[in-house]
Design a protein around this ligand. Structure first.
Ligand code: SF4
Ligand code: SF4
Length: 347
């Protein structure tokens, strides 16, 4: 082997893009999809808000990806009543899909698909370019802050899964408020208050300075994926026999995991981003792989991971569409009534 042992620190890798190209391509694809959904949704709302409109725009069901609380209530209702939510079925499909991906491929939803994760990464790159580096919080502050996302998740879980009974969950899904929760969300962003704008600006600034600020400390959806990812059979695994201890993997880990020292990365913070796999200079030393199945491991390099994630995602969406678990059952006449008076539905 002609690779020299050398010490590489995070500072050496400062201005490199740490992500595999394949992951960037998948992130770009999902950002495009979200932009298309966003534009289509605005057109849909405008067409229904205008009583004189003669052409009504089709509602893109994918917008329900932004209704995670409604999806959690729908999950509770489904488990209790056996009825799959027909008001925002795509939201429930997306939640189940993200959970299933986390159970198998760590938190790959967060690092490959979620547009908020992508935005957060983009802000961190801008921060690195402007300031020369991203900052890491000291451990005494990092640990308690990391628990915030789990506290937020516990709050939502306790309210929905424990304090809300099955009939109440089903009843909530049928309320006008839930039916147009997506329209109200759009209204919130269209009419941002000073407080809302301040919170978003502060979060954006913190994400530029501290890598993954939102995902690492505050996102309850990410916390749920983290907990599920503990059971994932696919993990980052390091072969100590061929490792040259160059530390590149540790330097590029956005979640500050000590990859170069671990055998298997068991941490729920690992987002399956594969930055470390891409950076490892010794082929076959660092892999995103299963435990050995009949003495052979099944490893996914960035290319394979990208193909599997994209194919799985679009296949599940296709099956959901085909089987009638994607489009909302809310009829256009109901939207005609609800959307113009959206402001009056507050709960
Ligand atoms: S251990 Fe590797 S895959 Fe996991 S978060 Fe760190 S860089 Fe990404
Ligand atoms: S696993 Fe690869 S990148 Fe990490 S220290 Fe060993 S040789 Fe370097």
């Amino acid at each position: 082997m002609n690779i020299k042992k050398r010490k590489i620190t995070g500072l050496n890798l400062l201005n490199q893009d740490r992500a595999p190209l394949e992951r960037r391509a998948v992130q770009f694809l999902f950002v495009l999809v979200i932009l298309f959904i966003g534009i289509q949704f605005i057109r849909f709302v405008n067409s229904y808000a205008d009583p004189s409109a003669t052409v009504l725009v089709h509602r893109p069901a994918g917008v329900e990806a932004f209704l995670p609380i409604s999806a959690l209530v729908a999950l509770k209702s489904w488990l209790y009543t056996g009825i799959f939510d027909s008001i925002h079925p795509a939201g429930l499909v997306i939640l189940l899909l993200a959970m299933a991906l986390s159970l198998v491929f760590k938190r790959s939803f967060c690092s490959w698909i979620c547009p908020i994760g992508t935005l957060s990464e983009g802000l961190a790159i801008i921060g690195r370019k402007l300031l020369g580096r991203n900052f890491v919080l000291p451990r005494w502050l990092d640990y308690p802050l990391r628990s915030l996302k789990y506290i937020l998740l516990s709050f939502f879980m306790a309210f929905i899964l424990i304090f809300m009974d099955g009939p109440s969950a089903y009843g909530f899904l049928q309320t006008p408020y839930n039916m147009i929760a997506d329209v109200k969300m759009l209204d919130f962003f269209k009419n941002l208050t000073v407080t809302g704008m301040t919170v978003i600006t502060v979060l954006a600034l913190l994400s530029a300075v501290i890598q993954n600020f939102w995902c690492r400390y505050l996102c309850p959806y990410g916390a749920l994926m983290s907990l599920l990812s503990i059971f994932s059979p696919w993990k980052i695994r390091r072969n100590g026999d061929t490792c040259i201890s160059c530390q590149k993997c540790t330097a590029v880990c956005p979640n500050q995991l000590k990859v170069a020292k671990a055998k298997d990365i068991l941490s729920p913070e690992c987002s399956g981003c594969l930055n470390c796999v891409k950076s490892c200079p010794v082929k076959g030393t660092l892999e995103f792989s299963s435990p050995p199945f009949s003495s052979k491991r099944l490893a996914f390099d960035p290319k394979r991971a990208a193909i599997i994630l994209v194919v799985t995602w679009f296949m599940v969406v296709g099956v959901a569409k085909f089987t009638g678990h994607w489009e909302s059952s809310i009829p256009p006449e109901m939207y005609r009534i609800l959307i113009p008076q959206a402001e009056q539905f507050n709960h």
